[in-house]
Design a protein around this ligand. Structure first.
Ligand code: NAI
Length: 666
């Protein structure tokens, strides 16, 4: 078996165990790593004369990034979780049994199971520097520290461990030193191994002076009660197993011996690993990673076109937002074109949003210098010949777009990339208005642009792959999270959202109250209920889209025809300012039948509506990869991250098998 841990005992009796999961970018705990660690323990137990042991990573900038999440996500049986935990805990117990000091010499990420390993050592020494990050972030991926972290960290640093574990806080070396997690710091240019060996000698000589305060946990009941309320507040009352079971392990574990506490932690960890929410959260972690770096989504070896100047057509709601994101995230000068009366209000709006960001210290340069890169014009100037990329965000009217593209193509150079932000006009239909359809595609932003991470990058029938790659590169530059899809009514996000809304209004017309439907979806974890969402985006929008699909949705038609376009849009919609339902809207609800649904039936029905469309998008190859749909729904409409996206959730709950006889994820 390939060895991950390699021991070398030096002349003075100090053992140095170097570890490296060769071939992986980061060290993670896998079965192989546990077995190699176990072998090392056996070797050490047989080696006489050792006076101390230093663990150090063979990788340049990584200690241990934690347990391998893929391995954890794949576990399906409680017995298999127990087996893994027995290996983990058993190895650490053997480590604890050595009479000589054991030192974790940390550089790079020391997270999760990595920190738990370090906590099982006698002491920790960490090298300062950008890459060193220390913490127990498991609660952020639907789990909690199950390798002793919930027991060893509070016993080492006291109550602050609760927040660190429940919030998954990660900190640089100096902060970990202040918190009492790390015993010694080594400067960036220092010799970590030499300092670690020195620490062994100091501990053996009794001069190390390690801080090991005795903590008083008599107030743990009250502290745990408060922490529990904090969890509920953060989850808006929803049960999230990771932090809840972490808190239970800490609370109960601190009242008993370390050994008994570790046993409690193990039992709770078995429970958490098998929950759909843990598996959903891990999926979200992976699909986030996939889209965190859009440049990695480009065709391998692709050399993106340098972008030296950008233009935005339309200085309305979307044009302003798109300009803001190009300006604040890049150094590219931006030309915006609209009618003369739109220019000053547009610039004032951009400045207002940037001022707000500056106040919150979110900008790297003064607002004036950012604004210096913005030029707003009402005519095509010579400067358009310098433009490398144009984002069109004019009125959603194909005749307006036709005219705009014809004029634009005369004003820009031949190799300029052009993308539309349309929400409903097919990219392929507009391609006939541009001179180079291969350099024309879609980038669909979400509103408000500067707050929403997602963009849909759309490939029309004639769009070239290099244009898609260039648009991915542009998305990376302006710090967006892209998904790639082919031309389709509603692309991905709206394509899934609208069937869900059709179902919502059907339930409403079957006699289910607005409040009941919205509440059911809030309880599922959606950030807003579907009827409030309709009110907020403007009731006329789904009304028009349904109309375009040949559907006359009676309630929406009645409400819109009564002049109620939504509280924000026209002052009247489904809701009043205080958040309650406006009684005036009730007679406008088209009623046909009565079918009293439970919250679970509402949730199931609305998720089914999304998943059926998702399946259709895969069948029609609108997307090549199911993960694009889940990324779109999590970052485009706030589908709950702990459920991993609608398609993953359908796999986890058995809905995919029930509806289509297959799982979407391999
Ligand atoms: P808007 O009505 O706020 O702004 C459109 C702007 O285009 C106006 O300022 C108008 O003066 C300008 N305009 C019209 N004709 C023009 C021309 N020939 N040359 C230059 N400017 C011209 O509309 P909004 O909401 O910004 O929508 C723009 C595009 O973005 C539409 O295609 C829409 O479907 C799409 N979109 C809208 C979203 C939203 O939430 N509002 C979300 C995603 C896409």
């Amino acid at each position: 078996m390939e060895k991950i841990f390699n021991l070398k005992v030096e002349d003075g009796g100090i053992g140095v165990a170097t570890f490296d999961v060769v071939g992986d970018a980061m060290n993670t705990w896998t079965d192989k790593a546990f077995l190699s660690f176990d072998e090392l323990m056996g070797e050490l137990e047989k080696t006489p004369g050792i006076k101390g042991l230093v663990f150090i990573s063979g990788k340049p900038d990584n200690f241990f990034a934690g347990a391998n999440l893929k391995m954890i996500a794949d576990i399906e049986k409680a017995d298999d979780v127990r087996k893994m935990l027995d290996l983990f805990h058993g190895s650490f117990a053997r480590l604890n049994a050595f009479k000589y000091p054991t030192i974790a010499a940390i550089h790079g990420h020391c997270l999760g199971g990595g920190l738990e390993f370090a906590l099982a050592c006698t002491a920790r020494i960490a090298k300062e520097g950008k890459s060193t990050l220390i913490g127990l972030p498991e609660c952020n991926v639907g789990l909690f520290p199950g390798g002793g972290g919930t027991q060893r960290l509070p016993r080492l640093i006291g109550y602050p461990a609760l927040e660190m574990i429940l919030k998954g806080t990660m900190m640089p070396a100096a902060k970990a030193y202040e918190a009492g997690i790390v015993d010694r710091l080594v400067p960036t240019d220092g010799d970590l191994l030499a300092e670690a060996k020195k620490l062994v000698l100091e501990i053996n000589a009794g001069t190390a002076n390690l801080k090991r305060p005795t903590h008083d946990f008599s107030q743990i009941d009250a502290i745990a009660e408060m922490a529990g309320q904090g969890i509920l507040k953060a989850t808006k009352g929803r049960y999230i197993p990771g932090p809840t079971l972490a808190l239970k392990s800490i609370h109960e574990g601190l009242k008993v011996s370390l050994e008994a506490g570790l046993a409690l932690e193990k039992a709770n960890f078995v429970e958490v690993v098998l929950t759909n929410q843990a598996k959903g959260s891990i999926n979200t972690f992976f699909i986030k990673g996939m889209t965190d770096k859009p440049k990695a989504m480009m065709t391998k070896g692709f050399q993106p076109k340098p972008l030296n100047m950008a233009a935005v057509l339309g200085f309305g709601t979307m044009g302003r937002g798109i300009a803001i994101d190009i300006l604040r995230n890049t150094q590219i000068p931006v030309l915006v074109k609209d009618v003369p009366e739109a220019l000053e209000p547009g610039k004032a709006f951009v400045r207002k949003i940037l001022d707000g960001m500056a106040e919150k210290k979110r900008l790297k340069e003064p607002v004036d210098s950012i604004m210096g890169r913005l030029t707003a014009v009402s005519e095509y100037t010579d400067a358009f010949k310098e433009v490398d990329i144009v984002i069109e965000a004019v009125f959603e009217d194909i005749h307006v777009k036709e005219q705009v593209y014809e004029e634009l193509c005369k004003a820009v150079k031949d190799d300029c990339i052009i993308a539309s932000n349309t929400s409903s006009i097919p990219i392929t239909a507009m391609a006939k208005y541009v001179t180079h359809p291969e350099r024309f595609g879609g980038v669909h932003f979400f509103s408000p642009v500067w707050l929403m991470q997602l963009v849909e990058v759309i490939k029309g029938e004639q769009t070239g792959q290099d244009t898609i790659d260039n648009l991915l590169n542009f998305s990376a530059d302006i710090r967006k999270r892209p998904i790639v899809c082919r031309d389709n009514a509603g692309f991905v996000v709206n394509a899934l959202l609208f069937p869900m809304l059709i179902e919502t209004f059907r339930y409403l017309e079957e006699g289910n109250a607005i409040e009941k439907i919205d509440k059911a979806m809030l309880a599922f974890g959606m950030p807003v209920g579907p009827i409030r969402l309709t009110d907020e985006v403007g009731i006329d929008i789904p009304y028009k889209i349904f109309k375009g699909m040949g559907i006359r949705q009676e309630t929406l038609a009645n409400v819109v025809e009564a002049g109620r376009l939504g509280l924000k849009k026209s002052g009247k919609g489904f809701f009043l300012k205080d958040g309650t339902v406006d009684p005036e809207v009730l007679p406008l609800i088209g009623k046909r039948t009565t079918r009293d649904l439970t919250p679970e039936q509402i949730q199931e029905g609305l998720i089914q509506a999304m998943v059926k469309t998702g399946n259709d998008l895969l069948d029609r190859k609108v997307v090549d990869d199911v993960r694009m749909i889940d990324v779109g729904m999590i970052w485009g409409v706030g589908f709950p991250a702990d459920k991993g996206g609608p398609m993953k959730w359908a796999d986890l709950t058995g809905l995919s098998k029930q509806l289509f006889g297959k799982n979407f994820y391999k």
